[in-house]
Design a protein around this ligand. Structure first.
Ligand code: FES
Ligand code: FES
Length: 160
């Protein structure tokens, strides 16, 4: 038996029919075709599936799609401009903050929310923020540098 749920994703409203047991991660990927949200552990450990729910990072593998109705969801597609890369994404590219990129969407969304609260983070604050996102490829060093570079770029060009 399916249920109708109205999802607001990246500013667009979708009415979808889903099984009540469908996770938000699987709904985003398989129903809405937003495959930038990655699924790794499927039990809340790796952070690959992180999206923003009303601006706060959440594990979309731990949430049911039907629970997300009425909330504003942002996926990595929602922070990516139509052309090119967002400054945060550019910083990851410039500083080699990714290798296979599997963890990157979750890290970008976690960082996006973090930098709003911590516009001038210390390396220790960045490492603490990243503790909830597992990367299988890198030693995190370049990721920390990328977040620092993004913070510096935002300080030079604050959003209007
Ligand atoms: S897939 Fe959700 S935390 Fe790993
Ligand atoms: S870049 Fe490969 S898992 Fe992080």
């Amino acid at each position: 038996m399916t249920r109708a749920v109205r999802l607001l994703v990246n500013g667009l409203e979708h009415e979808v029919q889903v099984e009540p047991r469908l996770s938000l991660a699987d709904c985003l990927r398989d129903v809405l075709d937003l495959t930038g949200t990655h699924v790794g552990c499927e039990h809340g450990v790796c952070g690959a599936c992180t999206v923003l729910l009303d601006g706060e990072p959440v594990r979309s593998c731990l949430m049911l799609a039907v629970q997300a109705g009425g909330h504003a969801i942002t996926t990595v597609e929602g922070i990516t401009p139509d052309e090119g890369l967002a400054p945060l994404q550019q910083a990851f590219q410039d500083k080699h903050g990714l290798q296979c990129g599997y963890c990157t969407p979750g890290i970008l969304l976690t960082t996006h929310a973090f930098l709003k609260e911590h516009p001038h983070p210390t390396p220790d604050e960045i490492r603490e923020m990243l503790a909830g996102n597992l990367c299988r490829c890198t030693g995190y060093h370049f990721i920390v540098e990328a977040v620092e570079a993004a913070a510096r770029a935002a300080a030079r060009n604050p959003p209007r």
